[in-house]
Design a protein around this ligand. Structure first.
Ligand code: PNS
Length: 164
């Protein structure tokens, strides 16, 4: 049976850190679904359509990766897509508490689905979508945090917010 994994996240916006985790995960499994989910604690910055569009462009060279989105519980979507593994990136100890709670809840809900953590590369260990949003909001250069396609979307979203 083909090993299929899911890499879920808000990806709002996708960063070089996310792309690195996706690329490394794609090398570990036969198929990988990069899935844009909604985090009910967070106000959206980029639309889900823009997140999917930019991720699809960035993943174009990875033939075993497809990009998708989901509403509701991650484990329901993962099961419906036939995924046996959930991949998450870990940057620092500060990520661990949240990730641990979510992984445990997901395991309680679907004991057959494993969560696998990949450590971020050290050059991405500080990188977070929230940092990118903040830098963009204050007119800073985000080119070392996100790929060009995302940078353009982030700039446009910041401009649209300021015009409101
Ligand atoms: O990039 P993020 O914001 O850390 O991603 C979080 C996400 C979207 C993967 C997570 O919030 C999620 O899985 N949401 C769907 C609802 C769910 O299944 N929550 C986990 C059970 S507590």
């Amino acid at each position: 049976m083909a090993q299929r994994a899911i890499y879920p996240g808000s990806f709002d916006p996708p960063t070089f850190g996310h792309l690195d985790i996706a690329e490394r995960a794609s090398g570990l499994f036969d198929e990988l679904i990069v899935a844009v989910g909604t985090n009910s604690d967070k106000q959206p910055f980029l639309s889900v359509a823009h997140r999917i569009e930019s991720l699809t462009e960035c993943m174009a060279g990875l033939k075993n990766v497809q990009v998708s989105s989901f509403d509701g519980l991650l484990v329901d979507f993962a099961e419906a897509q036939g995924c046996q593994v959930i991949v998450r990136g870990l940057r620092a100890v500060s990520d661990f508490e949240y990730e641990f709670r979510v992984a445990m809840a997901n395991r309680r809900l679907r004991p057959g689905i494993e969560t696998l953590f990949l450590m971020s590369r050290d050059e991405h260990s500080f990188l977070a979508s929230s940092v990118v949003r903040e830098v963009a909001r204050l007119g800073g250069d985000t080119s070392s945090f996100v790929p060009p396609v995302v940078e353009a979307m982030v700039r446009e979203a910041s401009r649209a917010r300021q015009a409101r």
